[in-house]
Structures are given as structure tokens and as C-alpha cells.
Write a protein that binds this ligand. Structure first.
Ligand code: AMP
Length: 208
């Protein structure tokens, strides 16, 4: 089974949802730079203070803040790891390549129109980072996380004005990574519209 997996794809493509399923079923450790940054913002750390304005604008946090953080975390993992939201620029991908060989880059492919609807209807758990959707992946009880009972919220950057900027940033900075990992021979693209479980079947094939 593949050990080091980069989850690629625009915001809202299902990286978090599919990553969660891989974690539950196969025991991968999921490292999400977005989750780490949001926690840093909530805790008011130095990193959080520096990152907040970029995140609120839907822009990328500068590479020098992200790369060091991620390299530290990766070192602590023993076994299969999913990198969710990292790498997002070619510079980050080069930096990751210095410390780790990527076995698989899973590219979740979803058209922009669908992403806008998914993101604006997404609700997240601040405690365990599970994600829901108001129509397609409702929690059992309104506003409450199925997994940990946390109070679901809408991320500030999931509001429509910021979503559009995040998609532009994705196309400009992150989409080039599709070619980058293709050239390395590790890219698998998964068309990611349709039922979550059907997409997961394709993911399971790709990780074998
Ligand atoms: P995400 O939860 O992956 O959608 O990330 C939310 C926000 O965190 C992004 O819009 C960026 O502002 C920031 N962020 C997360 N990961 C990275 C990264 N690898 N490089 C730069 N900024 C990031």
C-alpha cells in the first residue's frame, strides 16, 4: 500500500472527506496544513497571528511559514501519511521532496461551479475537523458533529466572496502541481463528482 500520499485538488474537492475515510479504514495519519493553521489562529499563537490575514483573504500563507511547520510534523509520523492541503506550490513540493519521497499524488477533480456550491454549504467541526455538507452529507443532528459532538460552524473563508479568490489562487499556484507530480509518475486523477462512497472506491484502488 502507498505510504506517503499527497491529496491534491481545489478547495471543496473532497480531500478532507476522503482523507478522513482513509484514516478511519486504513489508519493513515492525516496532516492538514489548513487544520493546523486554523488551530494556530484559534490559539492566538505567533504563527496564527501571521497566517490569519492571508487565510481571511483566501490567499496562500507564505511558504516560509508553512514549509518548516510541515517538515517538523512529517518527521513525527511513523507509517502511512496523508498530506492534505500541502503541497500547494512548486516550492513546497520541492521542499517536501528533500525530506520525503511521495508515493502517490491523488488529484480530486471537480468543476468550479460545483466547488462553489459545496464550499458555501460546507460546515466544519472545530474540535475534530470533520466536514459536513448541508445537503449531501448532513450530520445526524443539526449543527452537531456526529463524531465528537462538537458545534459545527461555517469557516469564514467558505463564504462566497472568499471562495472565488481561493479558487483563483488554486488555479494559479496549485494546479501546476498536477504536471509536477505527473512528471514524477505518481499522479492519479480521480473524477470527484457523485457519491462519496463511489469516489472512495476509486481512492482505494489508487492506494493499492
Ligand atoms: P484549507 O483548509 O486546506 O482549505 O486551507 C485554508 C487556508 O489555509 C488556505 O486558504 C490558505 O490560506 C492556508 N493554507 C493551508 N495550507 C496551505 C499551504 N500548504 N500553503 C499556503 N497556505 C496554506
Amino acid at each position: 500500500m502507498k505510504t506517503t500520499i499527497v491529496l491534491l485538488g481545489p478547495p471543496g474537492a473532497g480531500k478532507g472527506t476522503q482523507g478522513e475515510k482513509l484514516t478511519d479504514e486504513f489508519g493513515y495519519v492525516r496532516l492538514s496544513t489548513g487544520d493546523m493553521l486554523r488551530e494556530a489562529v484559534r490559539n492566538g499563537t505567533e504563527l496564527g497571528k501571521k497566517a490569519k490575514e492571508y487565510m481571511d483573504a483566501g490567499a496562500l500563507v507564505p511558504n516560509d511559514l508553512i514549509i518548516g511547520l510541515m517538515k517538523e510534523k512529517i518527521k513525527e509520523v511513523d507509517g502511512g501519511v496523508l498530506l492534505d492541503g500541502f503541497t500547494r506550490t512548486v516550492e513546497q513540493a520541492d521542499a517536501l521532496g528533500e525530506v520525503m519521497k511521495v508515493d502517490l499524488a491523488l488529484n480530486f477533480d471537480v468543476p468550479d461551479e460545483e466547488l462553489i456550491s459545496r464550499l458555501t454549504q460546507r460546515r466544519s467541526c472545530p474540535d475534530c475537523n470533520a466536514v459536513y455538507h448541508l445537503v449531501t452529507k448532513k450530520p445526524k443532528q443539526d449543527g452537531i458533529c456526529d463524531k465528537c459532538g462538537g458545534k459545527l460552524y461555517q469557516r469564514d473563508d467558505d463564504k462566497e466572496s472568499t471562495v472565488k479568490n481561493r479558487l483563483e489562487v488554486y488555479h494559479k499556484n496549485t494546479q501546476p502541481l498536477i504536471d509536477y507530480y505527473e512528471k514524477k509518475g505518481v499522479l492519479v486523477t480521480i473524477p470527484s463528482t457523485g457519491a462519496i462512497d463511489e469516489i472512495f472506491e476509486k481512492v482505494k484502488k489508487a492506494i493499492q
